[in-house]
Design a protein around this ligand. Structure first.
Ligand SMILES: [Zn+2]
Length: 139
């Protein structure tokens, strides 16, 4: 199955209204927009078309766009989540994409490790200086 077909299938299976209702109260075909300070429900939902549009801030799109905006994630991330949610399996991701993703998470892990090392180093220095100070006091 092609990515485009998968997208279509997810769009058909998912209830946009139910998805939006996870983030903001929905009444009939309108919801309070979670993307701008909204007092009146100015976000309109067309569940049959699978599209939403906010007349307040002008944002709009489909279920993927909504999830991307609501969660601050990439299209790939939104696709992955909705695929998992609907039980639709995604087509195999090409090797270069996997490598790119891998690299990203590697960088994150490396950053975390660097932070851990820095913490350890600081703690070590603190221990050393307190030992030193303690030694002076005793002497
Ligand atoms: Zn809005």
């Amino acid at each position: 199955m092609r990515m485009r077909e998968v997208k279509e299938e997810i769009r058909q299976v998912i209830s946009l209204k139910a998805l939006i209702a996870d983030y903001t109260p929905v009444s009939r075909n309108h919801a309070v927009c979670p993307f701008h300070p909204d007092k009146n429900p100015s976000l309109s939902i067309s569940d049959s078309k699978g599209l939403w549009h906010c007349f307040g801030c002008g944002l709009g799109g489909d279920c993927f766009t909504f999830l991307m905006q609501a969660e601050g994630i990439s299209f790939q991330g939104a696709l992955g989540r909705l695929a998992y949610h609907t039980g639709i399996s995604l087509p195999e991701i090409s090797e270069t994409e996997v490598i790119a993703h891998q690299r990203q998470s590697d960088q994150k892990i490396q950053k975390l490790r660097a932070l851990e090392e820095e913490k350890k180093e600081r703690k070590h220095l603190l221990d050393e200086s307190s030992k030193f100070l303690g030694g002076c006091g005793k002497g």
